[in-house]
Design a protein around this ligand. Structure first.
Ligand SMILES: [Cu+2]
Length: 538
């Protein structure tokens, strides 16, 4: 645990919970640290959960196509217990911290509870389909979940974890590394449990999005589905991030401004060294949260060149502390001991005389792959005798085991040129509103996709300028179903390729203007075609 590596490790990612010195426990369990004089300085148990070994090729600095290597069936260091702090690290096989100064980068690790229900994405592929709840995440800044007196992440009996590990290597030679989570806990369920709420600029997507050069801002809003009290908030951004702001729009309350610190490395690399976090103080902590509250998250970047970005806030909520409009008295802070670094058994891969099960640490083969494509093509509408160009993007998460994927499809607004009565040229402003995720399979080199969306028509202009209908609410009366299939002999997701299909356009709704019925008559019908080329996104 070299000093230089420790310096880099301070303060990274995710979030929250206690107020202990953040540097505590960065390294192995034998690190020393002094707990504040508590009322009853009982020592927490502690152990390193070791994930991997991973060997990463030299010069592996790209995020795609793997969003990370998924390791399943990880045994938590304890069962039916309260986890009081988690400190992530990236190490060599001897447990020494390693970082970008020698090549290795912990791009991110996401820790899941298998069989849990995710608060913000209960039905997304990353949670429900695979039955997982996001508990914790870290980037290279390695921000610990500090101990917050009285609070814990509870581990149920027989609970198992999974971890998605995205590791990079800027050195020319391959490097073998491990992800280590230094965990402290107390047995049983003596502390109040926190519920993790994961806010992501891509909502339930793959977390990656692209940003242009210069200042940029991405926002998302989550309508809270839970009541409680926000205990702590941490943020995650990539390099050239400025800050990640969360606000309760409903109550007009700023919740957290998580600021990024970064440092310039040799060779022009920039490394995120810290994300500040917000930890509430008793009795009211950060703020109350109520069902229906609009929580807005804004990720600010200023980058010299276009790059891929993330904006994630991990919010820990005490759902038992529901605050009515008047501030309710909350319990006096129980002085739970902050993690003292007693030399409790470190759980290492080898068998040890520890009462807890040795984590099963064999990395499973990666089972989740992220594929991002740009889409370019066109659609022709038979009844209206015309075409419209199409551009968009598909962000897919593919399960190598089931060969199925789910994806976020974005189709940009476009303009179509049609003719009605066989001669009258009509220009239509066309948009697409997805009604859910695109699903499909990639099996034996054949890609099939299934999407449902409303088609909207902002305008219909004869001769390009004379308006005859359309409008903000003008759309198909029911969603269209578009099924596409790859048309090349073998669709390779790393290279992309052509896809095509047909669809039926239903009648328009009643919000398309006085001539809507007429336009509807010239657009509705079967036999419309869609063809496009998928290109892997940079
Ligand atoms: Cu990231």
């Amino acid at each position: 645990m070299g000093q230089s590596a420790r310096k880099f490790s301070l303060g990274m990612i995710a979030a929250i919970v206690l107020a202990a010195a953040p540097a505590l426990g960065l390294a192995a369990a034998s690190a020393t640290g002094s707990a504040p004089a508590g009322v009853a300085p009982a020592a927490d148990n502690s152990a390193d959960v070791i994930i991997g070994t991973f060997t990463v090729d030299g010069n592996s600095t790209a995020e795609n196509p793997l969003g990370g290597r998924l390791v399943r069936n990880i045994a938590p260091p304890c069962q039916d217990c309260d986890i009081t702090s988690v400190t992530p690290d990236l190490t060599d096989v001897d447990g020494n911290s390693v970082n970008m100064d020698t090549g290795p980068m912990l791009h991110h690790i996401v820790l899941y509870k298998q069989g849990g229900t995710d608060v913000t994405c209960p039905n997304a592929v990353l949670s429900s389909t695979l039955g997982m709840q996001r508990l914790f995440a870290s980037g290279n800044e390695r921000t610990p979940i500090p101990a917050v007196p009285g609070y814990a992440l509870h581990v149920g009996p027989n609970e198992q974890w999974a971890a998605l590990n995205d590791l990079m290597n800027y050195a020319p030679q391959p490097i073998t590394m491990q992800v280590r989570l230094h965990v402290t806990w107390v047995p049983g369920s003596q502390l109040k449990p926190v519920t993790p709420v994961w806010l992501d600029e891509t909502t339930c997507g793959t977390s990656f999005y692209n940003i242009p050069a210069g200042p940029s801002q991405q926002t998302m809003t989550w309508n809270s589905t839970i009541d409680g009290t926000i205990i702590g908030i941490g943020g995650h951004l990539h390099e050239y991030g400025i800050d990640l702001q969360t606000t309760n729009v409903t109550t007009n309350t700023p919740l957290c401004d998580s600021k990024e610190s970064q440092m310039q490395m040799s060779g022009g690399l920039v490394m995120v060294t810290a994300m500040s976090r917000c930890i509430g103080q008793p009795p009211s902590y950060i703020a109350p949260l109520h069902k229906g509250d609009q929580i807005k998250m804004t990720a600010n970047y200023d980058t010299p060149a276009p790059q891929s970005a993330m904006g994630i806030a991990l919010i820990y909520v005490d759902t038992s502390a529901v605050v009515s409009p008047t501030p309710a008295p909350s319990a006096t802070p129980t002085m739970t001991p902050t993690p003292t670094m007693t030399p409790t058994p470190t759980v290492t891969p080898g068998p040890g005389p520890t009462p807890t099960p040795v984590p099963s640490l064999t990395p499973a083969p990666p089972s989740l792959v992220h594929y991002d494509f740009a889409l370019n093509g066109s659609t022709s509408i038979k009844a209206a005798n015309g075409t419209a160009p199409l551009t968009g993007a598909i962000k897919a998460i593919y399960n190598l085991g089931t060969k199925a994927f789910s994806a976020d499809l974005t189709l940009n607004n476009t303009t179509g040129q049609f003719s009605i009565f066989g001669f009258l040229p009509v220009t239509a402003g066309i948009g697409f509103k997805q009604t859910g995720q695109t699903t499909g399979t990639l099996d034996g080199g054949v890609l099939t996709t299934d999407s449902k969306m409303y088609v909207t028509f902002s305008s219909f202009n004869v001769f390009g300028f004379f308006p005859i209908g359309g409008g903000a609410d003008c759309a198909t009366s029911t969603p269209i179903t578009v099924q596409l299939k790859s048309t090349s002999p073998f669709f390779n997701p790393l290279q992309g390729g052509p896809i095509a299909g047909t669809y039926t356009l239903p009648a328009l709704n009643n919000s398309c203007g006085p001539l809507g019925w007429l336009i509807s008559g010239f657009s509705a019908g079967a036999g419309n075609t869609l063809g496009a080329t998928l290109t892997p996104a940079a």
